[in-house]
Write a protein that binds this ligand. Sequence first.
Ligand code: NDP
Length: 487
Amino acid sequence: MTVRSYTHFINGRFDGASTDFVERKAPATGETVATFASGTQDDMDRAVQAAREAFDKGPWPQMSGMERAEILNRYADLVKANFDKLVQIEIEEVGKPIRFARGDVSGVVGLIRYAASLAMQMVGSTYTNLGANKTALLMREPIGVVALVTPWNFPALILAQKVPFALAAGCTAVVKPSEFTSGSALELAALAVEAGVPAGVFNVVSGKGSVVGKTLTEHPGVDFISFTGSTRVGQEVMQASSKNVVKTSLELGGKSANMVFADANLDDAVDGALMGVFFNNGECCVSGSRLFVQNSIADEFIARVTERSKKLKVGDPFDEDTDIGAMIDPKHHGKVLEYIDSGVAEGAKLLAGGGAASGAGHFVQATIFDHVQPTMKIFQEEIFGPVLSITRFETMEEVIELANDSPYGLSNYVWSKNIDTVMNVAKRLKSGWVQANTVIDGAPQLPLTGVKGSGYGYEMGQAGFEEFTQLKTLFIHTGPRTPVFGR
Ligand code: NDP
């Protein structure tokens, strides 16, 4: 197997300055698949300086939207041309099944193309009703140098939820990918330069969050921080940003409710229950990991979900038939197994799975618990693995209360053919997203945001694009002014 070896990508090229490297072992096989430079404070300083110069001296922020859109569309073409390589990297470094890795890279192409269209839609507004001789322009400008910190579960996709939008707005960026999965970020930076993005506009520094992530989020050269990751680290990022009073956007953890009413299309809902929790190995912020089923259909519905879960294939992520790949690393694997043990210890009823799956990698069986109570750890905490908690409910009131009984508020799902049920539930859920009769769906046009412990700020859509801009108000007085103070 070829081991990919990467240095940082700074100022338009792979940077030769690093001497310290870390090995990435594939979570599904234990084999070394890549080496990444272990970044230092100095590496991050150089990257921020490159982005600062590229922003302050141009030409990227001064280019027309049309020019930036053309380059971004070329970038999308290049990503498409490198599809197989990027898919391979995501499978090897993350351990995710091939069909989901393919979906991620297709998603990257779509996000870049959508962002390219937004480059031509960077509009402010004008006030002409302020009185005679007075006009005000709200001018939309790029926010500046942006710090983008990304997690390991969707390394390419989450990067593409940020970088193309920042670039479309005319910003310059420094990315800190997860230390486990930096390969696609580095490849995507090199492809951007190949497409015509000027040197210094898109930089990537690999290494530990506690070193380079901290340096980046505390850096005085940064104008905006967009962070995706855990709530705990999000809190640290908030503190770091306060040092230089920098705007932040935080996309954090989740514990989504997947609510099935008796009048739902139950075939679809069974599939939605499985997809909700087993997609991407369960390592998904919008995972529908808490399933709520209405009492009148509960026994039969849960039996169907359980039976189907037992047929899922856990193992080699390169196998087209694999449903669940490997957990990201041994520590996380151990943490997921501990949650399973806690579910048993706290008295939930184990219906399927319940432990590690066999193989050379960090595999976990598709696991299902029934009769989960809101006081249990597996109900309240983000497990980030293939573990489903089922709770039964009687009324709409009850399930809304159960769904909102969470420190998180990222996404929720409701299954019902009754539009009144869908609307009434959706309006009362405390989450940034609600999806009806579908699960973990989305499109580049639709903004993602969280409430409560899931963070704040928008990613994707027009709202996500505008996070990378700011309004400057220009107040213009024309013609003679009436003196305010005496002559
Ligand atoms: P972490 O919070 O552990 O890490 C996220 C990123 O932050 C990594 O690049 C990490 O670096 C970096 N980091 C760590 N410490 C610091 C620090 N002090 N300052 C700055 N950066 C730092 O999350 P995971 O990578 O474990 O990802 C899983 C989490 O992400 C889950 O909670 C999940 O719900 C959430 N998530 C949220 C999404 C959303 O859209 N809301 C989407 C996807 C995931 P390193 O790992 O290299 O140390």
